[in-house]
Design a protein around this ligand. Structure first.
Ligand SMILES: [Cu+2]
Length: 754
């Protein structure tokens, strides 16, 4: 009961006299000057459950050897059932929070971190003040008191920080935990419980040689979202569960910052789905595989009853593609297969041949293959020189990757490096810059390169270690869900837009970044209504986006990011590459950014062709949003050289796309897990506005479009229509991308429920 006295008395402020209306009548600059009020315990709220939750630094033995410095939630029960919190021994994850529908809950959240922090109860339908809005982040030593009644259906939810621009970092550091809500309806089903109910939080993390967490080091990782190189389950690396030969209930949560999984059993059995984000489905659903974007949850019936002792069943993430911008998608694919393919198949030379017909992507890949294999194969088989020489003829792609290969070898083998990396850079022009974000080898440090997204790898396995006579039967019916249609909403003819705005270094929603006080007219929602919402990729954003958020601006942001150019320059020096360096200087956050969109290509290509940086390169960048630079790129490309082919192609691609950097290989379009706070929604329809490659076919059977959801993975070119109730509570409720790097970049907005 000590936590009460820890709340600084002088900062007590009753919210009864502090309405949202008054909050939003105050100009933001004035608001910022006022002392932020803390939420405190209210005398007329009588909790059934009272908890303390503390976020603080900790050291945990995640891997053998040195402890890992993390940030962790610690919970204690002040009042209520002792099993409200269940610790996961030895994990950096917070304790599992088990709540009952109808319970009145008070949680004293204390921040013991150096940074500000606020906690959000993902998927929980709670009042604005209890939702963990970023505006309420508290400082070290402060306490925020949450009070809410559990209105949610039984289901799997989770809690994590929602701190402005720091959510990704804080979650990655360890701050999150699972929430299980139980209710009477579900209890009647007699689903596997106790030791037969297994929470499975899937996360990916990278560690350095000293067992410390490695997070975003360059802008490309921010753009794609951070992908770690090993899978942890419940914060642990050895993911085997010993089970009895009977039915289990697996509560799976994708707690990764950005990684998308395609879950399937390795023996081809279907995944039997009991529920999704917002609880049980009407009836169990068998799926060949299930796609899980960050923030999504999955309730699975796993029946081991037919299996012998000693049998092992593995849950894997199976191959898929098309969730990253096309260029990166190809890279991932090549990285994934590179290990198996023969070096000769990935020779830069071949890559180039493909490059001339397939455009830049292939050219790039060829070079990349060379790089990948270069490590094991002889340098001579994958000569950077080849990549480079051809690069100058085959277009940027080759030069670029050739350059990388050269650099890679250059580091380990001085011989391979003689003069070659330099050449690569000269010919490649911006080649080096393209990959050169961040530190060191650029490409090799691309997000998730050690565990490429969309490849085949194990998640966890279940070993049958004992016979069981329990014979639970899968219920035929689980719940009753009223199915909404567009006509049941308040706005069937005028859906609220959630436009996914993708550009260089700027991932936004509805063309606007997150701001604490920037609610647009269409973001105001009447309480106790069901709203039709349309989530789609807003490809025109560059033209009609609000001032200051055009792609050109995005590039300027790229320019501000120091780490990439700096690192690139390091290599430029060792590689003796004036061209590369120039590209970098002008490219700001690396040519990679520029490469993918806007008219930047024009400038880049020009550089590639002449081998010199030129003023025109800059021009291309500045005009990134428009369509003219793109055709400019074409002109340069066509400029009567052997290299004209590759360039022409790229330029042509851009010309076709127009501004905004959309479409084809230049597209930044990728999959986004869109999350809406507050109540769950129903998915009414999914459709493709624009088919981007065949990636969609590798994921579409893994979407669950029934039941109640609070995150929906929206594929490139896809339009998802949802119906969402806004009951009970007024105030601000955010909607955002649950790729946490995107969220932190500003891909978040507020609904103001009034
Ligand atoms: Cu996103």
């Amino acid at each position: 009961m000590t936590s009460f006295t820890n709340i600084p008395r002088r900062r007590f402020l009753q919210y009864s006299g502090f309405t949202l209306a008054s909050l939003y009548a105050i100009p933001s600059w004035l608001q910022a000057m006022e002392k932020k009020p803390l939420a405190v315990a209210t005398p007329n709220f009588h909790p059934d459950v009272e908890l303390e939750l503390v976020a603080k630094p900790a050291s945990i033995g995640v891997l053998p050897g040195t402890l890992t410095n993390v940030q962790k939630y610690y919970g204690s029960v002040i009042k209520g059932p002792a099993n409200t919190f269940t610790d996961i021994p030895g994990s950096y994850l917070g304790p599992v929070l088990r709540l009952q529908k109808g319970q009145k809950v008070r949680i004293h959240f204390r921040n013991e971190l150096e940074d500000t922090c606020i906690t959000h109860w993902h998927g929980m339908h709670v009042p604005h003040l209890a939702d963990g809005h970023p505006m309420y982040a508290i400082s070290k030593g402060e306490t925020w008191v949450y009070e809410f009644e559990v209105l949610n259906r039984a289901g799997t939810y989770f809690y994590h920080p929602h701190t402005h621009e720091m959510t990704g970092k804080q979650v990655y550091s360890g701050l999150s935990g699972m929430i299980i809500v139980e209710d009477e309806e579900e209890k009647k089903l007699g689903l596997p419980a106790g030791e037969f109910e297994i929470p499975i939080a899937i996360q990916d993390r990278s560690f350095d040689a000293d067992n410390q967490l490695v997070f975003v080091t360059h802008n490309m990782e921010r753009m794609m979202g951070f992908h770690g190189d090993r899978i942890l389950i419940n914060g642990k690396p050895n993911n085997e569960f010993e089970v009895a030969s009977r039915a289990y209930r697996l509560r799976i949560a994708n707690g990764s910052n950005a990684r998308i999984y395609k879950l399937a059993w390795d023996d081809g059995s279907p995944i039997t789905v009991l529920g999704v984000d917002g609880g049980l489905l009407d009836a169990p659903l068998n799926k060949p595989y299930v796609m899980m974007g960050p923030g999504e949850r999955l309730d699975v019936w796993a029946d081991f009853s037919g299996r012998e002792v000693g049998a092992v069943l593995t849950l894997r993430s199976k191959p898929f593609h098309g969730v990253l911008p096309p260029m990166h998608d190809k890279m991932m694919a090549m990285m994934g297969h590179g290990g198996e393919a023969k070096a000769s198949e990935n020779k830069p030379a071949q890559g180039m041949e493909h490059g001339s017909s397939g455009g830049m992507g292939m050219g790039m890949m060829g070079g990349m293959g060379g790089m990948n294999h270069g490590v094991e194969a002889k340098a001579s088989e994958n000569k950077p020189a080849q990549g480079m020489q051809h690069g100058s003829g085959g277009g940027m792609g080759m030069g670029m990757m050739g350059g990388m290969g050269g650099m890679n070898h250059g580091g380990d083998q001085p011989k391979a490096g003689e003069g070659k990396p330099g050449q690569a850079m000269e010919h490649g022009g911006g080649g080096m810059g393209m990959m050169g974000g961040g530190k060191g080898m650029g490409m090799m440090n691309m997000p998730g390169m050690k565990l490429p997204l969309g490849t085949d790898y194990p998640i966890c396995q279940f070993r049958v270690t004992r016979k069981s006579t329990d014979s639970l039967k899968l219920p035929e019916k689980l719940s009753t869900i009223r199915r909404f249609e567009a006509k049941d909403t308040a706005n069937p003819d005028k859906p609220i837009p959630i436009g996914i705005s993708e550009g260089m270094m700027s991932m936004l929603l509805n063309g606007r970044p997150f701001k604490m006080d920037d609610v647009q007219e269409f973001e105001k929602v009447k309480v106790n209504t069901v709203q039709l919402i349309d989530i789609f990729h807003d490809h025109d954003m560059g033209d009609k986006g609000p001032e200051g958020q055009k792609p050109a601006e995005g590039m300027q942001h790229g320019g501000e990011s120091k780490p990439a150019p700096a690192a690139g320059m390091e290599h430029g020096q060792t590689g003796n590459a004036a061209g590369g360096m120039a590209g970098m200087n002008h490219g700001g956050g690396g040519m990679g950014m520029g490469m993918m969109g806007g008219g930047m290509m024009g400038g880049m290509m020009n550089q590639g062709a002449t081998g010199k940086p030129s003023g025109e390169g800059m021009g291309g960048m500045d005009h990134g949003g428009g369509s003219k630079p793109a055709s400019g790129g074409m002109d340069h490309g066509g400029g009567g050289q052997a290299s004209g082919m590759g360039m022409g192609m790229m330029g042509g691609g851009m010309g076709g796309m127009g501004g905004g950097g959309m479409g084809g290989m230049m597209s930044m379009s990728m999959a986004h897990p869109i999350h809406l706070h507050g109540q769950q929604f129903q998915i009414l329809s999914r459709s493709l506005d624009m088919k981007e490659g065949d990636g969609y076919d590798t994921v579409k059977d893994g979407f669950i479009n029934v039941g109640w959801k609070d995150v929906v993975l929206v594929m490139p070119g896809e339009r998802v229509r949802i119906a969402k109730p806004f009951d009970n509570f007024t105030g601000l409720f955010t909607y955002h991308c649950h790729n946490l790097e995107h969220e932190d970049m500003g891909m978040m907005r507020d609904f103001l429920v009034i």
